[in-house]
Ligand binder design. Structure first.
Ligand SMILES: CC(C)(COP(=O)(O)OP(=O)(O)OC[C@H]1O[C@@H](n2cnc3c(N)ncnc32)[C@H](O)[C@@H]1OP(=O)(O)O)[C@@H](O)C(=O)NCCC(=O)NCCS
Length: 179
């Protein structure tokens, strides 16, 4: 690939320079997690952290455009049963959790949030070939986050309360990612 064709952004595993880069999305809990815990939890295997990093020389944008974390989780089968044709066993069902997803304030509205979410879905769909995983869950912190996720067909598993857990079946994610 010639330099002119090189991608300007890529989603990669977090590195120490990312954590110290001054990422800020405006939500203290997400900013604090990124600066203080994301790298350590990634290295410990608690929550893998992926950053959308700027590789181009557009200095008007921060080094880290956004990030998300991925880990394993489980949900009550009753909660997600409606998304499946066949009955589910009654014990908790395996899912992947996008624990946090945020875009830097200086990089909003450029579809970086969408890029991060699509990247996460690709990773989970690939992982679901190796281990049982019925879908993806997120914990929307507020109405704006819920609207963002609803735009990608995640459905709330509860009607009230925050954070609000939302779900997307793996088969739905797979077909959405098909070219
Ligand atoms: C939510 C967030 C990730 C969106 O990032 P973004 O890069 O600005 O969003 P995108 O440009 O990729 O937008 C993709 C779509 O989501 C919609 N969207 C973006 N932010 C939204 C918001 N706050 N509320 C509702 N919809 C939103 C866009 O309008 C767009 O919709 P369209 O397909 O109809 O045009 C970003 O606002 C953010 O980091 N918020 C703070 C952290 C947070 O709440 N994270 C989510 C839960 S942990």
């Amino acid at each position: 690939m010639s330099p002119a064709e090189a991608p300007i952004y890529a989603t990669v595993r977090i590195e120490s320079e990312d954590a110290a880069s001054g990422f800020r999305c405006g939500k203290h809990a997400l900013d604090d997690y990124f600066a203080r815990h994301a790298l350590a939890n990634d290295l410990a295997g608690i929550g893998r952290a992926y950053v959308l990093r700027r590789f181009g020389d557009d200095e008007t944008l921060p080094r880290v455009l956004g990030y998300y974390t991925l880990s394993m989780a489980s949900v009550a089968s009753e909660g997600v049963a409606a998304a499946f044709v066949k009955k589910l066993p009654r014990y908790p069902m395996p899912v992947a959790l996008i624990g946090r997803l945020a875009v830097d304030e200086r990089a909003r509205g450029r579809r970086f949030g969408e890029k991060l979410l699509v990247d996460a879905l690709h990773r989970v769909v690939n992982a679901s070939d190796l281990l049982g995983c019925l879908g993806i869950v997120v914990d929307a912190k507020d109405e704006a986050a819920e609207r963002f996720y609803a735009g990608y067909d995640l459905v709330p598993l509860q009607a009230e309360g925050w954070p609000r857990r939302m779900f997307l079946a793996i088969a739905t994610a797979k077909s959405a990612l098909e070219p």
